[in-house]
Design a protein around this ligand. Structure first.
Ligand code: ATP
Ligand code: MG
Length: 286
């Protein structure tokens, strides 16, 4: 069981972070599990909710999620308490996971005819009695009812952006959905964090994308970029995060640094106040 020495400030209330981008393969799951593990290793109690039928976050955390395992599907569709499905993560103290099984693939359609279909997850989290510092919700690559449930349940949207051509395409749609949910269903919701992933500083394209994202978003963009790293991509096949798989690797250190930024920015984000320029991100620089 890993436990790191240093600790980070813990939020006064649970911070519910929705990791979303309907573009596939941009690093949502990788970001979810590695930020969650980083915060747990620094003394926080963290729950990862796997809201993607692919179950990648469950796999990456080494959590059993074969078809018979009680899962987030049962919570959303059959109103099963979240506490029935949450499992501790073996390697990291203070880290927990509500797994997704393949059943969840049907939930997008089944939810349509369920009462309060947009707020099933929000209700389940509100009824969860264990103390938590952070909840990270790993969304599927779509803007359907599963993602809407996450946006209604959360307060902060975390958007991973892959530093490649077309990176910003589709982002407008996501931001409009955030606005819609904020306007009609969840006034606390805001984009608090943008994280540049799979960053390769040697290519001009990556730095151009990074510059463009920083000039669009400014203060929400974390100063830390996540580099492209083989260790990050290998870790899930061992049911581990990169934090335990290779703690000294550049991927591990960059996620720890990103988690530190998130923890330190916490106070204003909790109150729904847009991030001010506390960290004075330098444009275009890492
Ligand atoms: P999906 O939309 O399918 O849910 P996603 O947005 O969750 O995808 P990930 O599964 O986190 O994206 O990442 C996509 C692929 O890229 C995975 O194979 C992952 O291991 C790899 N990957 C993610 N981040 C990095 C990185 N920093 N360096 C190298 N590989 C990475
Ligand atoms: Mg994913």
């Amino acid at each position: 069981m890993y436990r790191s020495g240093g600790s980070l400030p813990r939020p006064a209330q649970t911070r519910i972070m929705v990791v979303a981008n309907q573009k596939g393969g941009v690093g949502k799951t990788t970001t979810t599990v590695n930020l969650a593990a980083s915060l747990a290793l620094h003394g926080a109690r963290v729950l990862v909710i796997d809201l993607d039928p692919q179950g990648n976050a469950s796999t990456a955390l080494g959590i059993d999620h074969h078809a018979e395992v009680p899962s987030i599907y049962d919570v959303l569709i059959d109103s099963r308490p979240l506490s029935d499905v949450v499992q501790p993560v073996r390697d990291v103290e203070g880290l927990f996971c509500a797994p997704a099984t393949i059943d969840l693939a049907g939930a997008e359609i089944e939810l349509v005819s369920v009462v309060a279909r947009e707020s099933r997850l929000q209700r389940a989290i509100s009824a969860y009695e264990q103390p938590l510092d952070y909840v990270f919700i790993d969304c599927p690559p779509s803007l359907g009812l599963l993602t809407v449930n996450a946006l209604v349940a959360g307060a902060e949207v975390v958007i991973p952006i892959q530093c490649e051509y077309y990176a910003l395409e589709g982002l407008g749609q996501l931001l409009r959905n955030v606005e819609l949910v904020r306007g009609h269903l969840n006034p606390r919701l805001h984009v608090s964090t943008i994280l540049l992933t799979m960053y390769d500083g040697r290519t001009r394209l990556a730095s151009q994308v990074a510059d463009e994202v920083r000039s669009h978003f400014g203060a929400e963009v974390l100063r830390t970029n996540i580099p492209r790293s083989v260790r990050i991509s290998e870790a899930p096949s061992y049911g581990q995060t990169v934090l335990t798989y290779d703690p000294g690797s550049s991927g591990s250190l960059s996620y720890l640094e990103a988690a530190r930024e998130i923890a330190l920015r916490g106070t204003s984000a909790q109150q729904g106040v847009p991030q001010q320029d506390q960290h004075n991100p330098v444009k275009g620089a890492q």
